[in-house]
Design a protein around this ligand. Structure first.
Ligand SMILES: NC(=O)c1ccc[n+]([C@@H]2O[C@H](COP(=O)([O-])OP(=O)(O)OC[C@H]3O[C@@H](n4cnc5c(N)ncnc54)[C@H](O)[C@@H]3O)[C@@H](O)[C@H]2O)c1
Ligand SMILES: O=P(O)(O)OC[C@H](O)CO
Length: 349
């Protein structure tokens, strides 16, 4: 039998901490993994104490997942290189805007045969254009990057309520090993080999959830929200067909597709902040700071990244919902015009 694999979790926010509960428990029980799991924690002071010290002494991430004990084999480390240098598996779970900075620190400082699992829902935008986060990590660090996306509100997963998730793997054997690392009695994993579509679903559903929040803020009912979900799904499929050919339609029926859209459009942070954007008149940035205590939403920045790609490729007219969500968040488009955009959607022509 090969040596037990060492796991490092890169990120310790709301989702990073919830998945840390499952991974820590599995690593303690399964022979194929080393018991100690390193968790890179972006250091900050909470009530006069370092967050890493709180996690290592009290076994709770009191800022990002209060009220839940982390397994004692999760070890918080403030230096990302120290956390990852001996790891065989890197679990990426950060807000997407921090990925490139972390890659710069890790370059040349990790095992060359390490593999990654990205739980990050978002896209990257650089001078060379818009790209998948998994591609950025792969290009920067040379590691194989698998992805995990699904209908997984972190708090509900941490509470142990039943849900499903999807791993999109690049390699069948690694897909199976990663499934063993994250599966739990109430967290059931389906592995598919269409990693690109799995990742695109995770990124784009946050834009749709922002639209769902707008119609909630306007006081529309569930029928309107269902229309946002359906038209959003149609744009997700079209986006994938246009820019990432070779995807399988069946992937949209996995947890990462329709199920994640539904849960996010009803229970997610993007929806909540977008609703408050309509009712309060404050900016997205102000509301993120006021409402989320350091957590980040990915919908508005992803809408901006997608809008830049659509304008560059001159196909905005095929994605009116994505475009309107960007313009409402950042360009002063009145939110009431969102309904007009739904009425005149190409799906109805
Ligand atoms: N929270 C959920 O329910 C959930 C569920 C599934 C997927 N996701 C996805 O997982 C990813 C991570 O989400 P999350 O909820 O764990 O994070 P979060 O929204 O709780 O964000 C806070 C995290 O950002 C870190 N951070 C803040 N400033 C930083 C900096 N300058 N550099 C590096 N890190 C910094 C904090 O330390 C903390 O770990 C996102 O892509 C999100 O879409 C979240
Ligand atoms: O709270 P949100 O809107 O970031 O969504 C969280 C998860 O992605 C739901 O699966």
């Amino acid at each position: 039998m090969s040596a037990p694999k060492k796991i490092a979790i890169i990120g310790s926010g709301n989702w990073g901490s919830a998945i840390g509960k499952i991974i820590g428990k599995n690593a303690a029980q399964l022979d194929q993994f080393e018991t100690q799991v390193n968790m890179w924690v972006f250091e900050e002071m909470v009530d006069g104490r370092k967050l890493t010290e709180i996690i290592n002494n009290d076994h709770e991430n009191v800022k990002y997942l209060p009220g839940h004990k982390l397994p004692e084999n999760i070890v918080a480390i403030p230096d990302v290189v120290e956390a990852c240098m001996s790891a065989d598996i890197h679990v990426w779970v950060l807000p997407h805007q921090f990925v490139r900075g972390v890659c710069q620190k890790l370059k040349g400082n990790i095992k060359p045969d390490a593999i990654a699992l990205s739980l990050i829902k978002g896209l990257d935008e650089s001078k060379t254009g818009v790209d998948l986060i998994s591609n950025v990590i792969n290009k920067e660090l040379g590691v194989e990057v698998n992805v995990l996306m699904g209908a997984n509100l972190a708090k509900e997963v941490a509470n142990g309520h039943f849900c499903e998730t999807t791993i999109g793997c690049r390699n069948e054997a690694n897909g199976q090993m990663l499934k063993e690392m994250v599966q739990a009695d109430n967290f059931r994993v389906v592995v598919v080999e269409d990693a690109t579509t799995v990742e695109i679903c995770g990124a784009l559903k946050n834009i749709v959830a922002t639209g769902a929040g707008f119609v909630d803020g306007l006081g529309m009912g569930d029928n309107t929200k269902a229309a946002v979900i359906r038209l959003g799904l149609m744009e997700m499929v079209k986006f994938t067909e246009t820019f990432y050919q070779g995807s399988q339609t069946s992937t949209f029926l996995e947890s990462c597709g329709i199920a994640d859209l539904v849960t996010t459009c009803y229970g997610g942070r993007n929806r909540r902040v977008a609703e408050a954007f309509v009712t309060s008149g404050k900016t997205i940035d102000e509301l993120e700071q006021e409402m989320l205590n350091g957590q980040k939403i990915q919908g508005p920045p992803t809408a901006k990244e997608v809008y830049h790609l659509l304008t560059e490729k001159k196909c905005e007219d095929q994605f009116p919902l994505f475009v309107a969500i960007h313009k409402i968040c950042y360009e002063g488009m009145p939110v009431k015009d969102f309904i007009g955009c739904l009425k005149n959607h190409p799906e109805h022509m």
